[in-house]
Design a protein around this ligand. Structure first.
Ligand SMILES: [Fe+2]
Length: 259
């Protein structure tokens, strides 16, 4: 049973279908992704949100709307690559008001939804946001990251899939500069990645961006790191990165930052 806003979202997405199977597949993929991210956000918010129903509501709404502009992006540019089209976080945030997707909320809740959506695809959540904006912004990012992993692992299982490793050398060697960034538990910039091994190993440090214990629990329960293992290059560095990442999602790494 969909909520009113969910139904409105599903109907909106439906207006982009053309009947052309390849095109509609992309629309349907984003729609399904959105609904999964919303469900994940609901779970994390329920577990982490205490008795503050308002901020849970904001987190769930922001998750539903985080990719609102993806349909338009694909129709206009035939790509989900922001560099070749527009910043889909910024555009989704603007669309919320154009389409009235948060008009039923209080001013404060509305603003928190817009901020979370705008920030979901940026490098990081800036420090110093008011708590009512910080909480949903971090939840949407966690939920989005969690949902991308199975898609990624699926792609890796198809060695001929060029889209995901486009232009990267198929060697099992880590580029030294990339290894150095990963050792600091930071994400290399996409342009720094030179090999498929770089690309896969870079997924290991994603865990340090998870903001909530519940997000780590979902990672564990879905065995994401274990599933990544067969695609990782062998070697001392990667073994250490894997061990650290596993300890982190198990909750025994260094203490998490206060969200
Ligand atoms: Fe997104």
């Amino acid at each position: 049973m969909l909520t009113e806003t969910e139904q409105k979202f599903v109907d909106f997405a439906g207006t982009f279908r053309t009947g052309e199977p390849d095109f509609d597949r992309n629309i349907n993929l984003k729609l399904a992704h959105t609904l999964r991210v919303e469900a994940l956000a609901r779970r994390i918010a329920e577990a982490e949100g205490g008795r503050d129903e308002g901020r849970k509501r904001v987190a769930v709404r922001a998750a539903l709307l985080h990719d609102l502009s993806r349909f338009e992006q694909f129709r206009r540019y035939r790509t989900f690559n922001d560099a070749e089209s527009f910043d889909h976080g910024d555009r989704s945030a603007r669309l919320i008001d154009e389409l009235g997707f948060a008009d039923d909320l209080s001013r404060q809740e509305h603003d928190a939804v817009v901020v979370a959506v705008r920030l979901h695809n940026k490098v990081a959540v800036p420090s110093g946001l008011p708590p009512e904006q910080d909480f949903p912004a971090r939840i949407v990012r966690d939920a989005d990251k969690i949902d991308i992993m199975p898609i990624l692992i699926d792609h890796l299982k198809q060695p001929d899939n060029e889209a995901i490793v486009y232009g990267l050398r198929r060697t099992s060697e880590l580029t030294p500069a990339v290894a150095a960034v990963l050792e600091r538990h930071e994400s290399p910039r996409y342009a720094e990645l030179k090999t498929v091994a770089d690309f896969v190993a870079a997924k290991l440090v994603w865990v340090y961006d998870l903001n909530f214990q519940t997000s780590k629990a979902i990672y564990r329960e879905r065995r994401y790191l274990e599933q990544l293992l067969p695609f990782l290059p062998d070697g001392e560095t990667v073994r250490r990165l894997y061990r650290d990442a596993s300890a982190w999602v198990a909750g025994s790494g260094s203490p998490p930052e206060e969200a």
